[in-house]
Write a protein that binds this ligand. Structure first.
Ligand SMILES: Nc1nc2c(ncn2[C@@H]2O[C@H](COP(=O)(O)OP(=O)(O)O)[C@@H](O)[C@H]2O)c(=O)[nH]1
Ligand SMILES: [Mg+2]
Length: 314
């Protein structure tokens, strides 16, 4: 299945919510604008952003733009401020991320997030994504607290031919991260993804542990980790924002991966992530298969959400 079709399929629930409730908006009755605002809030954009989107879409509609294109523009303004888009174009940045390598600063990506959001499977999918694009990848099984987590990553590593550094269950996650960061450097590999725990025994503090893992990576490789990616489960909606703030304070998040957009009508959660946290979204997950992790592209996301064709020309 083509990349855009997969995205479209994955976003089905949120799209149904938006397009069913606002189908008749071509006529732009006041009551229907209210329906749109409720639908957006239902998709977890938050009330403030929903009101902004409706105001912008209304303005655009009054200029004679079609309803769907007005909404597209208003959503895109939130997800990818125009200034940023124009600036990126000017410096020659190709926005067509679906066909290009999603950039990673440095060599080590520490992956954080609460239990069950999809960290380990996302790392496996990222391993496949970058390996397919010619990068030499390594994994570190840094969630030593969950008995099955190490085995889970080792199986994926084996399947994908990606070397996986691990320690015994219950061992120090810092030691695993240190060994892996050291080995990555010694072997000159392109990328290391470090898995981490999402929950610890009560006597340990998760944030303190994550800070320690980060420090230890720096000990093994002084310029790293240049990236800390937070995995958020879209199903948790607005709670994800509170989680994001905590992780960001502790370890300085540089990018976000939003998983399980296929399982929820809360696809609007991407808007407050971009607007309030000002964190870039790197990838989105729209299913359990490896191909279901997709580079995030605001324009494609909005078009898939509004049931529009992949490109305006099509
Ligand atoms: N439907 C769906 N399931 C996902 C997605 N990403 C991860 N999962 C599932 O979420 C569950 C928890 O994933 P796991 O990687 O073990 O989470 P972790 O505790 O954060 O490491 C697994 O069953 C995954 O297959 C996604 O984008 N869509
Ligand atoms: Mg895990």
């Amino acid at each position: 299945m083509a990349w855009f079709d997969r995205l479209r399929q994955g976003l089905g629930k949120t799209r149904d919510l938006l397009t069913t409730d606002v189908r008749d908006l071509g006529r732009a009755w006041e009551m229907e604008w209210d329906d749109l605002e409720f639908a957006l809030i239902g998709a977890d954009t938050g009330a403030k952003i929903a009101a902004e989107i409706v105001a912008e879409a209304k303005r655009e509609r009054e200029r004679g733009t079609s309803f769907r294109e007005s909404l597209e523009k208003a959503l895109l303004d939130q997800l990818e401020p125009n200034r940023m888009r124009q600036k990126l174009r000017r410096v020659g940045f190709n926005l067509d991320v679906s066909r290009n390598l999603v950039e990673v600063k440095g060599k080590v990506v520490m992956v954080v997030g609460v239990n069950g959001v999809g960290k380990t499977t996302t790392i496996a999918k990222l391993g496949q994504y970058y390996t397919e694009r010619g990068q030499r990848v390594m994994f570190a099984a840094g969630d030593t607290f969950r008995a099955a987590a190490t085995a889970q990553l080792e199986v994926w590593g084996g399947r994908l031919g990606i070397p996986t550094v691990s320690g015994p269950d219950g061992s120090d996650p810092g030691a695993v991260a240190f060994d892996a960061a050291h080995a990555r450097r010694a072997r000159g590999l392109d990328l290391l993804f470090v898995d981490t725990a999402g929950r610890l025994h009560t006597k340990h503090n998760l944030m303190e542990e994550l800070k320690k893992v980060k420090r230890v990576i720096t000990k093994a490789d002084p310029d790293e980790p240049r990236e800390v990616w937070l995995v958020l489960d879209a199903v948790t909606g607005q709670n994800g924002l509170a989680q994001a703030k905590k992780f960001h304070e502790a370890v300085g998040v540089t990018g976000v991966v939003v998983t399980k957009l296929d399982g929820t009508a809360k696809g609007g959660i991407l808007l407050p992530i971009v607007r309030e946290l000002e964190l870039p979204i790197k990838f989105i997950g729209v299913g359990e298969k490896a191909e279901d992790l997709q580079p995030y592209d605001a324009a494609a996301y909005v078009r898939a959400l509004l049931d529009m064709p992949e490109t305006a020309a099509a």
